[in-house]
Design a protein around this ligand. Sequence first.
Ligand code: IMP
Length: 408
Amino acid sequence: MNVVIIGAQWGDEGKGKIVDYLASDAQIVVRFSGGANAGHTIVRSGEKFALHLVPSGILYPDKVVVLGSGMVIDPEALFRELEMLESKGIDWKGRVLISDRAHIVLPRYSQMDREAEARRIKPIGTTGRGIGIAYAQKASRDGIRVADLDDPDRLANLTDEDRRFVETWAGQLLPLKIDLAAFLREHRNAWRLFEGAQGALLDIDTGTYPFVSSGMSCAAGSAAPGGIGPRHIDRILGVFKAYTTRVGNGPFPTEFSDDSPGSLSQYIRTVGNEYGTTTGRPRRCGYLDLVALRYACTVNSIDRLVLTHIDVYDGLDEFEACVAYRIGDRITQDFPASIRDLARAEPVLKRFSGWKTSLSGCLSYDELPLRAKEYIEFIEDFTETPVSIVSVGSDRAQTIVRESPWIR
Ligand code: IMP
């Protein structure tokens, strides 16, 4: 069975925790896109793990994790992460595999990324990890894949410096190399999780272009870049937070205009620890944008939503959520492609009453206070998508499963 998990907003929705949680029932976890720009945080028994390249199932001793074909891999960052895991007692050897179709991020790409940003009148606010450059090299057919590392003809195209770098790492990368399609065919009866990076609104096609990342963070990215055919996807989960955050630049219709000390924006950033896992940048905060979420559900065929960070609202008397955009003199519930329209979209807000009690100890949906359930049910009605999992804290135990994704 194949379950896909993507972010349904602008990334940082808590996918790492949810993949880690659901991986207990899976045998294989495939991360299908992105690179070291991603930051997936997992808290286990109070210990925090920040993963950037290694799929989130790695903390279980018996799971096999695969860096998929759609990924762009910085070997230095990968082996730094593997060393970090080893230093914390996680034995990864024999369990971390890399698709032979994944691309390599060369050291000079970070500098090129920063230079491209400096040339932009309105920078994207990239993570500076060379991700956009790696995908551009891939699209222009100048990239180097893991499969090319022992092919002298392919390496002949590289400069001496690039070739030296690639040859330095080939010895460590090649033993991890697999033919992903063949591997998944061989393990066709295993339960497999396909882990996306970033979020649907940062996807190169469906996101707020050009303020997006360069990989496929949409559900469709789990197919070719993940190594399976699209007909074999059984379930698609979209993870979203009770509010919205964004790092980097780009339109964000529900962003709080006031970010001064004591503001709601700062409250959410502090309580929700909304700082980038990869860059440490403070995340921009705003109310839940249901227009954007419904769009994400539609273009990704999301079967079930996973709500995270709802406990961040525990202390609020009331809060709002966006149910439409006012763009000029028209009201719409559709998510526009035009950056100009999105930038001038004013959110039409609906008010909700807070529950003023801690959700962190709730073990079942029935234990949630009525007002929290009302908020969840409104989201379900608006998006026409059931919320099947509710996360009420960062620990694995703080997860309410209303319906397992592993049931067909
Ligand atoms: P890049 O992926 O480094 O090229 O950055 C492009 C945009 O995507 C920037 O706005 C980044 O802040 C954003 N971004 C990239 N990766 C993540 C992520 O894992 N979470 C949230 N935002 C991200």
